[in-house]
Design a protein around this ligand. Structure first.
Ligand SMILES: NC(=O)c1ccc[n+]([C@@H]2O[C@H](COP(=O)([O-])OP(=O)(O)OC[C@H]3O[C@@H](n4cnc5c(N)ncnc54)[C@H](OP(=O)(O)O)[C@@H]3O)[C@@H](O)[C@H]2O)c1
Length: 213
C-alpha cells in the first residue's frame, strides 16, 4: 500500500528540500520547517521546495504522524522534543567529521550507543527510526540523474517494528527498496563510518552484507 499521508520535514536545507521534492513527485503532501519563520523561508522554498507547506518548527508535528529530522546534529539542542512527542521520528542525521555535538549526544556515543540510540533517548516521547541518512541529497532528489535506478536499497532501523514498517512504506513509495534492520543498534552500519553509508546496493546485496557480518 503506497504511503500517502502528510509528513513533516524538520530542516529545509539540502536534505530537507530534496526529500520534499521527492515526496511531491509521488504525491505525498508535506509540511516543512527550519530555524526561520515561514515568511522568512518564502523565497527559499519557492525555489527549492515549492510544494511544501512552511510551518513554524514548533508546529512541525501538528497534523502529521511522522516527522523526518533533517537538522545538523550540532543544532539538535535547538529542537524541542515536545514538538515531535508521540510521533514516529525518522532520524536522518549524521555527524560530519569533527562537528561539535551537544554534550548528551557526544556522551551517549562515547558510552557505546549508536547516534540514533542516543537520539531516541533524547526524544524519549517519540518512536525513533533511523532512515534516509545514508543517501546523499543528490541521490534522494527525484530529478537527479545520479539516482542510479529505482531499486536502490535503503536501510530502516528501529526498536519499534510498526514504525519501521511505516517508514519502509514511505521509502518504497519514494521509489527505493527498504530493508529493515534488526534494531537501532544495527543502525550504526548506516552512519558515516558504517559499511553501507553512501553505498549503492540492491536489496539482495544489502541483505547479503547484513547476513555475512
Ligand atoms: N546533505 C545530504 O546529502 C544529506 C543526506 C542525508 C542526511 N543528511 C543529514 O541531514 C541533516 C541536514 O543536512 P543538510 O545537508 O540538509 O544541512 P543544511 O543544508 O545545512 O540544512 C540544515 C537545515 O536545518 C535547519 N535547522 C537548523 N536548526 C534548526 C532547528 N532548531 N529547527 C529546525 N530547523 C533547523 C536549517 O534552518 P535555516 O536554513 O533556517 O538555518 C536548514 O534548513 C544533517 O544531519 C545531515 O547529516 C544530509
Amino acid at each position: 500500500m503506497p504511503f500517502t499521508s502528510r509528513i513533516g520535514i524538520l530542516g529545509a536545507g539540502r536534505a530537507g528540500t530534496a526529500l520534499a521534492r521527492a515526496a511531491a513527485t509521488v504525491g505525498i503532501p508535506m509540511n516543512i520547517a527550519s530555524s526561520r519563520s515561514p515568511s522568512q523561508m518564502k523565497y527559499h522554498l519557492a525555489q527549492y521546495a515549492p510544494q511544501a507547506t512552511a510551518v513554524p518548527a514548533e508546529e512541525i508535528g501538528a497534523d502529521v504522524q511522522l516527522v523526518v529530522l533533517m537538522v545538523p546534529q550540532d543544532d539538535l539542542d535547538e529542537v524541542d522534543p515536545e514538538s515531535v512527542n508521540g510521533l514516529t521520528l525518522i532520524d536522518a542525521t549524521n555527524r560530519w567529521e569533527e562537528m561539535p555535538l551537544p554534550d548528551w549526544l557526544e556522551n551517549g556515543q562515547a558510552a557505546g550507543l549508536s547516534s540514533s540510540e542516543v537520539i531516541a533517548q533524547h526524544f524519549g516521547g517519540s518512536r525513533v527510526v533511523k532512515a534516509l541518512n545514508h543517501i546523499s541529497h543528490w541521490d534522494l532528489d527525484s530529478d537527479s540523474s545520479s539516482r542510479q535506478g529505482q531499486q536502490r536499497a535503503l536501510a530502516v532501523a528501529s526498536d519499534h517494528r510498526p514504525d519501521a514498517t511505516l517508514t519502509a512504506r514511505l521509502v518504497r513509495t519514494l521509489g527505493f527498496a527498504p530493508v529493515i534492520l534488526r534494531g537501532l543498534a544495527e543502525g550504526r552500519l548506516m552512519e558515516p563510518e558504517g559499511e553501507i553509508f553512501n553505498q549503492v546496493l540492491s536489496a539482495a546485496q544489502l541483505r547479503a552484507l547484513l547476513h555475512d557480518r
